[in-house]
Design a protein around this ligand. Structure first.
Ligand code: OSB
Ligand code: MG
Length: 384
């Protein structure tokens, strides 16, 4: 705890202010333990942009969970660097803020680029929590410290390979398994999994790989008691999702379609889904995520926390978010070792024998950032 931090007061209302001295952007290249394949392609490594912010004597970390390619989202690790350096940072420097909740307003003129905005907001929430000597989950208004772990498993070369992988996570007591589907890898693979695991809490994520003409496939999938089907159609197809949701009994969960508070409100009003997957990265940070969470809660739409193969830094932010009360379904948050051989935090994220992940009790993000490792995986660094 620095001496000066809480002594820096806003001269108008005596609230502690945050003045951000500088931010650094670290472009990492992290090799995955196992390649990850979705309907939009296979990746062997992840390329997040880590945001390190300095304010009030503290250091905070955030993650823009982008990748090298604009396939899941239009953003990449390079667009995140460009947007932060040339548009977000100029609006932050020489500005005193009381709370990072002001950031969506400060960044309001910049359209989209949610992954970039979320990374900066995260770093400042980490500092804000440290200044207040509280764990991030408490700052966020979290209620449960233990959150249910789920795992998202990519498309494999053979069905046997996927079924073996599922077995591994079932043995570790993960609370639900999500598989990726695409045309040609859907009804048959789900039937094979159901043969082996009739009762397993199972979901399928299409990452927008289908069109409304594929409705027959979804009538077929409807027979397998899936907990939900995630993002079957294009992200802009809210109306077609609503039509599909009327035709099938399996709940539709939206991921890519929900990029803003307005998207969430409209999807709910149209009946496009019964569940929403919230990613801070996709909606531009915690503040928007919390508003979406609250709208969903008021409309009896359960949410869960999605992931983007984050490093430990982004994952700790996701864990803190997932402690909020309407996160009522298992999350795409798994143990560090499921993603990376060496995570960049200590202690690494682990799953208890009850299939849960415990949010940390210490101030801020609640884990040490291993700066030597961080440096080892950094392929380029920019100071703002
Ligand atoms: O659609 O949820 C998705 C990973 C990259 C891009 C999109 C998605 C995913 C995942 C992985 O499903 C979730 C995780 O981080 O465990
Ligand atoms: Mg998804």
């Amino acid at each position: 705890m620095s001496k000066k931090s809480l002594q820096t007061y806003n001269k108008f209302d005596n609230l502690p202010v945050m003045h951000i001295d500088k931010i650094e952007l670290l472009h990492l290249r992290l090799p995955l333990v196992h390649h990850f394949e979705t309907s939009f392609g296979r990746v062997y490594q992840q390329e997040p942009l880590i945001i390190r912010a300095y304010a009030e004597g503290f250091i905070g970390y955030g993650e823009s969970a982008a990748s090298a390619n604009p396939y899941y989202s239009p953003e990449t690790v390079h667009t995140c660097g460009h947007i932060i350096k040339d548009f977000l940072w100029p609006r932050l420097k020489n500005t005193n803020i009381i709370s990072p909740a002001e950031l969506p307003g400060i960044f309001g003129q910049i359209r989209g680029n949610s992954i970039a905005k979320a990374g900066v907001e995260m770093a400042l929430w980490d500092i804000y929590a440290q200044m207040n000597r509280k764990p991030l989950c408490e700052i966020y208004g979290g209620t449960d410290r233990a959150i249910p772990a789920g795992v998202s498993l990519g498309i494999t070369d053979t069905p046997d390979e996927l079924i073996a992988m599922i077995g591994k996570f079932v043995n570790k007591k993960y609370k639900r398994i999500k598989i990726k589907i695409k045309p040609g890898w859907d009804v048959r693979i789900v039937a094979q999994i159901r043969d082996r695991y009739p009762e397993l809490p199972l979901t399928a994520d299409a990452n927008a790989a289908y069109t409304p003409k594929d409705i027959k496939i979804f009538h077929e999938l409807d027979k397998f008691n899936l907990m939900m089907i995630e993002q079957p159609l294009d992200e802009n197809d809210l109306i077609y999702h609503a039509r599909m949701q009327k035709e099938i009994k399996t709940p539709i969960c939206l991921d890519e379609s929900i990029k803003s508070v307005q998207d969430a409100a409209q999807a709910i009003e149209l009946g496009s889904c019964r569940i929403i997957n919230i990613k801070q990265a996709r909606v531009g940070g915690y503040t928007n995520a919390k508003t979406i969470h609250d709208i969903c809660m008021d409309n009896n739409i359960p949410v869960w926390c999605g992931g983007l193969l984050e490093s430990g830094i982004g994952r700790l932010h996701n864990i803190a978010l997932a402690t909020l009360p309407n996160f009522r379904l298992p999350n795409d948050i798994s143990e560090s070792g499921r993603y990376y051989k060496e995570d960049i935090i200590e202690p690494a994220v682990t799953v208890t024998e009850n299939g849960e992940i415990e949010a940390s009790n210490s101030a801020g993000l609640g884990a040490e950032i291993l700066t030597e490792r961080l440096k080892r995986y950094t392929i380029s660094e920019t100071e703002c």
